[in-house]
Design a protein around this ligand. Structure first.
Ligand code: ATP
Length: 267
């Protein structure tokens, strides 16, 4: 898929592969220029988190899976980066939790919407909402093109999964009474701060995990309710921030970069 050959033994092979994937999809018109910048911001936070799914991220993923399964009208909102990185996993998730999929872009153009729709359909989606004139409703209080939503999708939804979202829209959706599940590596972004459930993790790791857990929880609605009773998003978000703080403190004490051996031993 990618045009550059990345040696598998390269210490940052996976990270380079993801970058190449985004660049490739940028060339195809799926990813916006600002999407590449947003990815860089995400990568920086991933470094501070140790590039792995942390315990608080896992707690939030469980709560997200439970919320999506209990929801009446769940919708997965997909942008260019999400489609480029995890189209198949998002489609699988939509099938397990019976969610609709809607394309929602900050930088809207019919070409890009159609390119994303095609990618999602190749990944197995039967219906993709929010394309062109179908995004005929407006989220109140929002100025950007992201305010345009599909009346059959996000407008009517009770739960919206928003990977790599911007803060304004998260806040507006919450104000409309919707439960918003964010996937965002930055625990300090307005999106993470305003969401009902904030998954502080890379969308590349969090989405397959979300699929796996949703599949496990699907038959157990009592467990879903129990998980949600125990989950406190503010507390969980604070734990993600504390983890970063502690990790950086340990690094500062050591005064040098982590060796790969340290990483293997979960330092
Ligand atoms: P906000 O408006 O929420 O304060 P922002 O201005 O950074 O945040 P965007 O530019 O829309 O908003 O940000 C996209 C967000 O997505 C960033 O917070 C970035 O950390 C995050 N991000 C980028 N790539 C990934 C990824 N692969 N997985 C998870 N999060 C990511």
């Amino acid at each position: 898929m990618t045009s550059i050959k990345i040696p598998p033994e390269h210490p940052r092979a996976e990270s380079l592969r993801i970058r190449e994937e985004l660049v490739e999809h940028y060339r195809k018109g799926v990813v916006a220029t600002a999407g590449l910048i947003a990815h860089g911001r995400g990568e920086a936070f991933d470094y501070t988190l140790g590039e792995k799914t942390t315990k608080p991220a896992l707690n939030a993923i469980e709560a997200a899976a439970a919320t999506l399964l209990i929801a009446e009208k769940p919708v997965i909102s997909v942008n260019g980066n999400t489609a480029a990185l995890v189209a198949e996993e998002m489609v699988r998730l939509s099938q397990i939790v019976k969610a609709k999929i809607e394309v929602n872009l900050f930088y809207r153009s019919l070409e890009r919407e159609l390119a994303i729709k095609e990618l999602l359909e190749k990944a197995g989606a039967h219906e993709v909402l929010g394309i062109g004139e179908h995004a005929s409703a407006k989220i109140p209080e929002l100025g950007s093109e992201r305010r345009r939503v599909d009346p059959r999708g996000i407008l009517a939804a009770d739960v919206v999964l928003v990977p790599l979202e911007d803060g304004d829209r998260t806040e507006a959706l919450v104000k409309m009474g919707k439960k918003v599940i964010a996937i965002d590596l930055n625990p300090l972004s307005r999106t993470s701060q305003k969401a009902t459930i904030s998954i502080v993790d890379n969308v590349v790791r969090a989405t397959p995990k979300l699929v796996e857990i949703a599949r496990e929880l699907k038959q157990d609605s009592k467990k879903c309710h129990r998980i949600l009773l125990d989950f406190d998003n503010k507390k969980n978000l604070a734990e993600s921030i504390t983890l970063i703080k502690e990790r950086l403190s340990k690094l500062a004490e050591k005064g040098e970069y982590l060796t790969l051996e340290d990483e293997k031993h979960g330092f």
